[in-house]
Design a protein around this ligand. Structure first.
Ligand code: AP5
Ligand code: MG
Length: 206
C-alpha cells in the first residue's frame, strides 16, 4: 500500500504512522524526522533545514523532492510506504504523482485549540515514542525531550502555513477519488480504528 497521512501540525500523523507501519509492514517516511536526523548529524542539509524549521517555514520543494526520490529507491519501499508530512505543497504532490501511485490519502482533521495544546504538551522519548504531558504522560524514569519547533510562536507559524497550503493539495487528491477525511481529535484508539477501517476497505477492494 502506498499511503499518505495528512494533517496539521499536531494532528497525530507521527503517532498513528508508527502503528500503521508496524501493522502493515511498510516503512514510515516522515520528511520531518529525516530532516531532524540531518540536523542532529550536523550535515550541510541539516544546517539548511534547521534555519527553516526553527522559523516554522517549509523547506524549498526541490530539496524535499530529492530526499523523497532517494528514499523511495530503498529496498524497504518495494511493498509500499506511508508518508507523513509529505507532500506539503501542490508542487510536491504533482511531482510525487510522476514518480509513484498513491492508493489512499487520509486526512486527520482537528481544531486549532487542541493542536496547540497537543504540541506544547508533546514530549519525545529517546526511542522515538511520542508522549504528551496532558493526554499520554511518559512513565516515570523515561527521559524525554521537546522539539525545538514546539514553542507557541513557531507552532502558530506552522499552523498558518498548513492552512495556506493545504486546500490545493486536498483538491488534487479529491479529484483522484482517494481522499479520506476523519476526525483526528477523538480518542487515540478511536482515530486508529477509523484509519484501519479505511485501510481494510482498500485491501478488500483490490
Ligand atoms: P513535521 O515533523 O512534519 O511536523 P508537523 O507537520 O508540524 O507535524 P508534527 O510532527 O508536529 O505533528 P504530528 O501530526 O506528527 O503529531 P504527533 O503524532 O506528534 O515537520 C517539521 C518541519 O520540517 C516543518 O515545519 C518544515 O520546516 C520541515 N518539513 C517537513 N516536511 C516538509 C516538506 N514536505 N516540505 C517542506 N518542509 C518540510 O502528535 C502530537 C501530540 O499529540 C503528541 O504529543 C501526541 O501524543 C498527541 N496526540 C496525538 N493523537 C492524539 C489523540 N488522538 N488524543 C490525544 N493526544 C494525541
Ligand atoms: Mg510528526
Amino acid at each position: 500500500m502506498n499511503l499518505i497521512l495528512m494533517g496539521a501540525p499536531g494532528a497525530g500523523k507521527g503517532t498513528h504512522a508508527k502503528d500503521i507501519s508496524k501493522q502493515f509492514s511498510i516503512p514510515h517516511i516522515s520528511t520531518g524526522d529525516i530532516l531532524r536526523e540531518e540536523v542532529a548529524k550536523g550535515s550541510e542539509l541539516g544546517k539548511t533545514a534547521k534555519s527553516y524549521m526553527d522559523e516554522g517555514k517549509l523547506l524549498p520543494d526541490d530539496i524535499i523532492i530529492e530526499i523523497i526520490k532517494g528514499r523511495l529507491q530503498e529496498d524497504d519501499c518495494k511493498n509500499g510506504y506511508l508518508f507523513d508530512g509529505f507532500p506539503r505543497t501542490l508542487v510536491q504532490a504533482q511531482k510525487l504523482d510522476t514518480i509513484s501511485r498513491i492508493e489512499s490519502v487520509i486526512y486527520l482533521k482537528c481544531d486549532d485549540d487542541i493542536l496547540i495544546k497537543r504540541l506544547t504538551g508533546r514530549r519525545i522519548a529517546e526511542d522515538g515514542r511520542i508522549y504528551n504531558i496532558y493526554f499520554d504522560p511518559p512513565p516515570e524514569g523515561i527521559k524525554t525531550y521537546q522539539r525545538d519547533d514546539d514553542n507557541e510562536e513557531t507552532i502558530r507559524e506552522r499552523l498558518r502555513i498548513f492552512y495556506d497550503t493545504f486546500t490545493p493539495i486536498m483538491e488534487f487528491y479529491k479529484k483522484k477519488n482517494n481522499f479520506h477525511e476523519i476526525r483526528g481529535d477523538e480518542d487515540r484508539t478511536v482515530v486508529y480504528e477509523n484509519i484501519l477501517s479505511i485501510l481494510k476497505n482498500i485491501q478488500k477492494g483490490r
